[in-house]
Design a protein around this ligand. Structure first.
Ligand code: F6P
Length: 455
């Protein structure tokens, strides 16, 4: 079996960051084959970028690189998160395009390629993750790297007409042709990328999933819906119920039902719309008023980016307004928390919640939706209210599907979830769980790596 080299902006170095679902899956893949995980160290330094840090754990070598402030601003805060992130989430109105940040993005990718190329062997298999590193394969090829290189995009692909609105789009997106396999979360993302290649990218579709670049070179695309470690989440959620944090939270509800949302504080998550939808629920369903408390956990994310700071202010205002207008002396309808909560505790919160609110305006997949389902008590499962604009909607049709822009629809779905009979809750939950048990995170990485090796 070839050695695996994973490349991503963030690296889950043991002991330094919490191992999320993706980290666990990639670590398992690296553990099976032995390999390297390469990326940004998460550290900003004075002086020049490029200092290398190494950490070895069994057969896995973690190699990370420091970035200086200017590089991080241009590459991460700038081009990745103020240009590509809004563009890929269909938000042309928020795209801030700047030639200087684009140059910084290229500079950091070149530096990564310089550091990584000498570490690679001919029979390695390299797996690059996400929009921060689009041009990396083409830069590795320029440095003589000939091994298999695959890419997986963790965010959506918008329609071709949005992609082509970015200045000089083709110069960036055509670097994707240097990969052997491009993996997308859903079929629609894969289809939209292929349309882009055909309409504006100068390439041709030989057959669905097999594309030809302008120079005649061929490469593949495929759909690989990312998922969760289903049995682990099930166990974690059941075990969390005896934690003091869970007991305290449940006692504070005073027998009221709980609705929960957990999202990074990001405009793609539709939080203002969700807050307004919850207020609409209080107005449209006065008979339920006081029976359900909504807990929104939204850890601050990308706090150096202006749009994220504005969103934070906006949410504080709306939350204050809702509680001011609807709270009673003994009840606060909306609890809004910006703190990070340990993952195991979160799964216990999911299990305690009759309603799971996952209503992004756009999301590549959304693993909170899947974790909410996997955390439920089989004897008394809660109901997932899910945006049809999340990738997860393709896989979880038994959720109560909503359009996050339709506040009345969101309001009525919350009311329906809160009153749904047990038999119907169980029936919907079983169907979703069966799918999640079969298509878990390990199936995802095995399918992807098998396709890359065959490409
Ligand atoms: O959703 C895309 C993504 O890159 C995820 O893979 C990741 O969990 C999230 O964004 C985190 O963003 P950041 O690294 O900017 O905090």
């Amino acid at each position: 079996m070839s050695r695996l080299v994973v490349v991503s902006n963030r690296v889950a170095v043991p002991g330094e960051s919490r191992a999320g679902g993706l980290a666990v899956a990639l670590q398992a893949a690296l553990g099976e084959r032995g390999g390297v995980w390469f990326g940004w160290s998460g550290k900003t330094v004075r002086g020049a970028s490029g200092e290398i840090r190494e950490h070895v754990d069994g057969d896995i070598r973690y190699v990370t690189v420091d970035l200086d402030r200017a590089d991080l601003d241009a590459y991460y805060n700038g081009f990745s998160n103020r240009t590509l992130w809004p563009l890929l989430h269909f938000r042309l109105d928020l795209v801030d395009y700047d030639r200087a940040t684009r140059l910084g993005y290229n500079r950091v990718n070149e530096m990564f390629a310089d550091k990584l190329a000498p570490m690679l062997r001919d029979d390695d298999i390299v797996w690059v993750h996400d929009y921060h590193l689009i041009p990396l394969a083409s830069m590795l090829r320029e440095r003589g790297v000939g091994c298999k290189i695959g890419f997986f995009l963790h965010v959506p692909v918008p329609s071709a007409d949005l992609l082509m609105a970015m200045p000089d789009h083709r110069r960036l997106f055509s670097t994707l042709y240097a990969y052997d396999l491009l993996g997308f979360q859903t079929r629609r993302d894969n289809d939209r990328f292929q349309s882009y290649v055909r309409l504006y990218g100068g390439g041709r579709i030989v057959e669905p999933g097999l594309l030809e670049a302008p120079d005649g070179h061929r490469f593949r695309t495929g759909t690989f819906p990312i998922s969760i470690d289903t049995p682990l989440i099930e166990r974690q959620a059941a075990a969390a119920m005896s934690k003091p944090a869970l007991r305290d939270m449940r006692a504070s509800l005073e027998r009221r039902m709980l609705a929960i949302g957990v999202d990074r504080l990001d405009y793609s998550k539709g939080l203002p719309e969700r807050f307004h939808g919850f207020e609409r629920y209080l107005q449209r369903h006065p008979e339920q008023k006081g029976s359900l408390t909504y807990l929104q956990i939204a850890p601050v994310s990308r706090g150096d980016v202006g749009e994220y700071q504005q969103l934070r202010n906006q949410l504080e205002q709306i939350a204050g307004h809702i509680n001011g207008a609807h709270a009673a002396p003994d009840w606060t309808p909306l609890r809004y928390v910006n703190r990070n909560i340990p993952h195991a505790t979160l799964t216990g919160f999911y299990r305690s919640a009759r309603v799971g609110l996952v209503t992004p305006l756009r999301d590549g997949m959304n693993l909170v939706a899947k974790e909410y389902v996997a955390s439920q008590d089989p004897e008394d499962p809660g109901v997932l209210v899910l945006s049809l604009l999340a990738g997860a909607a393709q896989e979880l049709p038994q959720a109560l599907m909503v359009n996050p822009h339709d506040l009345d629809g969101v309001a009525d779905a919350i009311a329906a979830a809160a009153t749904m009979p047990l038999a119907e809750r169980k029936e919907r939950w079983h169907a979703m769980m069966e799918h999640l048990r079969e298509r878990d995170i390990h199936a995802w990485r095995r399918d992807y790596l098998a396709a890359l090796e065959a490409a």
